[in-house]
Design a protein around this ligand. Structure first.
Ligand code: PEP
Length: 254
């Protein structure tokens, strides 16, 4: 695999001090120029992290955004505001936002369109709950999630979107999908995108796996043909384990 991205989703963790501590520790490790790393802290830590990581190749991402530039949307943050502080990635449709905050495929679609307009890379999360998998309906659910999220996206923009396959039963549970399950679903997603747009587009999509990835299980997941990286929650909170994940990626790219 020539590209492997490690994206660390901090969720609602770390205050300003915790963010500065993390940045100081991660900067002590040496990264290669080709390492692709992105940290996705809470909104209040974005600017702090951006400033602390200045001069490194670690990028920053946001966990959510609104699909309008500004207006009467109390409590929301726009992609325009994110762009202003140097955010390069933004998660769209994380399962926690779908489950607790009413995120829908339609709102994901609007957010993707707006983020692309601003030049921010959307990381679209798709994935099934355990009962859906038990019923053998995971592929039809993911087809629906992808089909709706990509409505009206120009062909040339499609590969700018990163897709993260995150089986909900594996998020924060310690229960990782097997490398075979992760590969099977990533290959399915690639094939679905080929069918929706073209084989060339399907082939160049970046597809991440997310769900209890940690240094102990990352190698077997990241070496799969159709997996281009990981969206990592818990393990990205610790600088050492984040660095180990980046090193595993660098090894696999050799
Ligand atoms: C996530 O937050 O997207 C995630 C995959 O979390 P964890 O790695 O903790 O399962």
């Amino acid at each position: 695999m020539d590209r492997i991205l490690i994206a660390g989703n901090w969720k609602m963790n770390k205050d300003a001090k915790g963010t500065i501590d993390f940045a100081k520790k991660i900067k002590k490790y040496s990264f290669n120029e080709g390492d692709e790393v992105c940290l996705i802290p809470p909104f209040t830590d974005l600017k702090i992290l951006k400033d602390e990581l200045d001069g490194t190749n670690i990028k920053i991402g946001a966990q959510n955004c609104h699909f309008e530039d500004n207006g009467a949307y109390t409590g929301e943050i726009s992609s325009e505001m994110l762009k202003e502080i140097g955010v390069e990635f933004c998660i769209v449709g994380h399962s926690e936002r779908r489950e607790y905050f009413g995120e829908t495929d339609k709102s994901c679609n609007k957010k993707i369109i707006k983020l692309l307009e601003k030049g921010i890379t959307p990381i679209l999360c798709v994935g099934e709950k355990e009962d859906i998998r038990e019923a053998g309906a995971e592929q039809s659910l993911i087809s629906k999630q992808l089909g709706e999220a990509f409505i009206g996206i120009k062909q040339a923009d499609v590969p700018k979107v990163i897709i993260a396959y995150e089986p909900i039963w594996a998020i924060g549970t310690g229960k990782t999908a097997t490398p075979e399950q992760a590969q099977e679903m990533s290959a399915f997603i690639r094939g679905f995108m080929s069918g929706l747009f073209s084989e060339a587009i399907g082939e160049c999509m970046m597809i991440l796996y997310g769900g209890s990835v940690k240094p102990e299980n990352a190698r077997d997941i990241l070496r799969q043909r159709d997996i281009n990286g990981a969206l990592v929650g818990g393990a990205s909170l610790d600088p050492k384990s984040l660095y180990e994940l980046v090193k595993i990626s660098a090894d696999l790219k050799k």
